[in-house]
Design a binder for this molecule. Sequence first.
Ligand code: EPZ
Length: 420
Amino acid sequence: MNFLRIEGGHKLKGSVEISGAKNAALPLIALSILAKGEVSIFNVPNVKDIKTLLKLLSNLGASYRFEDSFVKIDTSSINHTKANYDIVRTMRASILTLGPLLARFGHCEVSLPGGCAIGQRPIDLHLKALERMGASIEIKQGYVVAKAKKGLKGGVIIFDKITVTGSENIIMAAALAKGKTKIINVAKEPEVVQLCEVLKKSGIEIEGIGSDEIEIRGSEGELLDIEPFKIIADRIEAGTYLCAGAITNSKITVKNMIPSHINAVILKFQEMGFDLDIGEDFVTIKENPKIEPVRIATSEYPGFPTDMQAQFMALATQAEGVSVIEERLFENRFMHVSELQRMGAKITLKGNIATIEGGVKLMGADVMATDLRASSALVLAALSAVGVSNVHRIYHLDRGYENLEKKLTSLGAVVERLSE
Ligand code: EPZ
């Protein structure tokens, strides 16, 4: 297995370009199941999760091309609707094929994704909503067996909790359903908004995009003409690189991003004393000799994203004072804590609240990644630590960060990918 060897203590400089958002590309690739013909998608990040979903679609019979961040998919040749466990278990976002397959074919079997390091991550809200739309759902030997022989019908869906992929599944199902679907307490993440915008451009009537209540008039089973589109920039990748500048006390510019998608993150940098220049499609973070401690509580968009929690925990170890971070979305998203402690971080946990004592000089160490964002937090800590760190199990990183070591090296970091 590969690992990253990182020599800490180097200041960074220059700029880095952000790739397309993995969490926007995944639902939009699943959306191709609803397309009449070929779908062309630009600015797709070349990361493992994308390749996994494309492989799943090709296992169903679809054909695709993926080169230089361009994807062309033709799902007209899909000849069965069983998404197998061996692929779904490697990428839980495969559940995004459930809504579209059911809407288009009237039946499908999708393996239950199972939990992951950050939590049990059930899909009960996805299933309850599809039943509201007339589907019959059974769980059989670890598979969701969904049927809607007469097609899905519109209805009123109220999500008890805000769910990003749950919202995306239902939005795609509603796009082909008979009649209108109103979704209340729908997720408002920029990735959900882009899915709605692409659907709207494909002729689906959608009201309330970006709000917590949307209404979709379905096409009554009519497949969609989906025009070519470009994936939005990855807001979490952008936030992660800004953290790299912050934790190494450097001035760097993050380009090709959408600053308004990380307003909550920018606010927290400012609360910590960082001075930022915010442009149309870039943010420059400047050196900050005195990092203030911070209080963070993760919440759904537009609140502080849970996907930036681990990165800010690493940064908080360098603040002068005690920071507090509360993780409100997932029950076990502190797997990075024990690894940061091995580098000397002083963090105590009480339930879903982490208290981070700042002013600690982190020491390089061998650490192990456990999930995508935790691994990026370990990389950030290693950039700031004294000496060399080896970050193991970086297949977690490769799921969501395109060309990570190349981008960090271009900023002046000393990072190399080695094999165990
Ligand atoms: C999406 O996951 C993202 N993944 C996650 O990013 C992100 O952390 C998460 O949203 C929250 O923003 C993708 O978009 C592919 P949820 P998702 O359904 O949709 C509970 C990354 O780093 N819940 O919004 O799976 C759930 O347990 C990944 O790229 C139910 O109880 O998250 C969690 O506590 C990690 N029942 C909360 O809701 C359900 O049916 C939010 O989950 C669904 C969810």
